[in-house]
Design a binder for this molecule. Structure first.
Ligand code: ASP
Length: 622
């Protein structure tokens, strides 16, 4: 028997290259001589018999070194440790009845080792593969290559691959061309800050990394490629917050001669195909549609979670008819008093309600009022002000004994968004939204996906502009290339706040999955929008002249959308963060812990780029 060293590549190829994977073998293969390559997943010793669980991305096969094996083989087996990369030659045999593992695909057989070669060794692990969810995320990100060995990560990366593949298959089948657009582009801010790349050959000039292929895909429409898509990498230099990554991936699309209904139809078909093909789930299409105003009014969010009810309800009439002055004043002066019925929550403690109030305050509410519904009527909190109306309130709100009524009064926007935040928080506490995330071993793969609920909806009719308090100017709610709704075009300059856009979001389970719009294709209208968002003619020309120029040459009416691939796969995988479905993500501070990005560079490189680093005062003094 030859003991191969890791470097003997040729001998390995000749003798010990795998003939099957660790997920292949079944009872019908008994008696076959096979070679397996993989990693030592688990090791057990039972009275001189060694069991090695050998793992590769396809599965796990049990390898046995019998007690009567030749000494040389036993010696190699003795050396093995977790995650050694090895090759095993041996014969497939049925497992003894008592050792059959029905949960494993290969659970009826084992391979009796005749020869084992250590291909490479592994140092002491920072965490055990497949138990690494217990490790701190930082550690998992630092040793991402080990983290990715786990079945749980392998499954998510596989799902991502399958989703991207299905997207390509569907869109190409519908006549879309996949066209790459450049990564080094002109700085054309699209809402966020651009990442800049100094141009060595042009001192003082910069490339920018695209926030999305937006302008290029529109120009492709001018060029007549009337159905474009790209699985595009997008870069946004934003402050680290929540689940943001400085780079993300979208399924970017654009179409000519379309209305928004056409865009919806393509996206609905696309998602239906992806879900069916990858998870075996039949999505109900077409998706529900909600206007922005309705979404805010009923769910307190422009990305409503429709997996549960608990809608916000108007309370203005009751507020006006009672002596509770705080509410009365707000209702009488054009504000909104909104109520929400929390089912079976009348036993909530002050502390519970206080925590819900904190959620409301994040969105600007000054407080969260409450009343409990008992057999007698309303009690506690502000109930004493509503004694006369209590029966009518209970009936109108559809409340029942044991419920808790929660209320916010403020301007419409604040009242809706803060009570909307309470609604989401409540859903978590009341278990109305299924558990997401979590780890499942190789044995239980694929079960949980089928039980998950995916509630999609379109949100339409958004305002075209938002008021930027800090800069005291209007800015585009989505981006500057969105078509205003035709009826509102005359009011563009007069009353920008009232103008609605031909823009739409796709939402699933409270997560914004995609944004898109019908675009402006009239250069004059585009110039008016630039002006309203405060771009002087010169600035607009400097930044976007190529688009305005292109639009002089017969641009077709067009529109598009860009579902986020990371978020889509995150939802499909039942995860709570996109880091779980990106092979090499940055942490929440935008740092890649594995390779230490961002990092300093050679002074020589800076010199070539004509860049001097000026550290801020504090650092200099320190
Ligand atoms: N470029 C937009 C975005 O990245 C998507 C679109 O309007 O198609 O959000």
């Amino acid at each position: 028997m030859k003991q191969l060293e890791g470097t003997c590549y040729i001998s390995f190829m000749e003798n010990m290259k795998r003939s099957v994977t660790c997920g292949d073998l079944r009872l019908k293969d008994r008696g076959k001589e096979v070679v397996l390559n993989g990693w030592v997943h688990r090791l057990r010793d039972h009275g001189g018999i060694k069991f090695i669980n050998l793992r590769d991305r396809y599965g796990i096969t049990q390898v046995v070194v019998d007690a009567d094996s030749p000494d040389e083989l036993k010696k190699v087996a003795e050396e093995l440790k977790f995650e050694y990369c090895i090759a095993v030659k041996g014969e497939v045999r049925p497992r003894p009845k008592s050792m059959v593992n029905r949960k494993m695909d290969t659970g009826e057989i084992e391979v009796k080792a005749a020869e084992i070669s250590i291909l490479s060794r592994c140092e002491v692990l920072p965490f055990m593969i497949d138990e690494r969810t217990e490790a701190r995320e930082e550690l998992r990100l630092k040793y991402r290559y080990l983290d990715l060995r786990s079945f749980s990560m392998q499954r998510k990366i596989k799902l991502r691959h399958e989703v991207a593949f299905a997207a390509r298959e569907y869109l190409i089948g519908k006549g879309f061309y996949e066209i790459e657009t450049p990564t080094l582009i002109k700085s054309t801010p699209e809402g966020a800050r651009d990442f800049l790349v100094p141009a060595r050959l042009f001192p003082g000039k910069f490339y920018a990394l695209p926030q999305s292929p937006q302008l290029f895909k529109q120009i492709l429409m001018v060029s007549g490629f009337d159905r474009y898509f790209q699985i595009a990498h997008c870069f946004r230099d934003e402050d680290a917050r929540g689940d943001r990554q400085p780079e993300h991936t979208q399924i970017d699309m654009e179409m000519s001669f379309v209305s928004k209904d056409d865009v919806f139809e393509v996206v609905e078909g696309l998602l239906h195909y992806i879900f069916k093909k990858t998870l075996g789930i039949e999505l109900e299409i077409p998706f529900k549609r909600l206007g922005y105003h309705e979404a805010m009014d009923r769910y307190g969010s422009d990305k409503p979670d429709l997996r549960f009810g608990m809608e916000l309800q108007p309370f203005n009439d009751f507020a006006i008819g009672s002596d509770f002055n705080t509410f009365k004043k707000i209702a009488a002066s054009g504000g909104a008093v909104k109520a929400l019925v929390a089912r079976g929550s009348s036993a909530f403690s002050r502390k519970d309600i206080g925590e819900l109030e904190e959620a409301a305050k994040v969105y600007g509410a000054k407080g969260l009022a409450w009343m409990k519904v008992t057999g007698e009527g309303l009690e506690g909190g502000i109930a004493k002000f509503y004694k006369e109306q209590e029966r009518e309130i209970i009936e109108t709100l559809g409340a029942k004994e044991g419920d808790l009524i929660l209320l916010v009064a403020d301007n419409w926007q604040t009242a809706c968004t803060s009570l909307g935040a309470v609604r989401n928080e409540l859903a978590k506490r009341l278990g109305l939204v299924g558990e997401t995330g979590g780890e499942s071993g190789e044995e239980s793969k694929g079960e949980s996906e089928r039980e998950r609920v995916f509630k999609f909806c379109w949100v339409t009719d958004f305002p075209l502009f938002e008021w930027n308090e800090e800069e005291e100017r209007w800015e585009a709610a989505h981006h500057m290339f969105t078509m205003p709704q035709e009826k509102d075009i005359p009011n563009l300059e007069k009353d920008p706040g009232s103008v609605k856009g031909e823009l739409y979001d796709l939402v699933c389970n409270g997560v914004e999955l995609a944004s898109g719009s019908i675009r402006i294709h009239d250069p004059e209208l585009q110039k008016r929008i630039f002006k309203i968002v405060g771009f002087s003619e010169e600035e607009a020309k400097r930044r976007f002249d190529f688009l305005v120029e292109a639009f002089k040459y017969g641009p077709p009416p067009h529109g598009g959308i860009a579902p986020g691939l990371d978020r889509l796969v995150m939802l499909m995988a039942g995860e709570n963060t996109i880091r779980e479905v990106i092979a090499f993500p940055k942490n929440t501070q935008g740092v890649s812990l594995m390779d230490g990005t961002p990092s300093e560079v050679d002074p020589k490189q800076l010199e070539e780029l004509h860049i001097k680093i000026i550290k801020d005062e504090e650092e200099k003094e320190g």
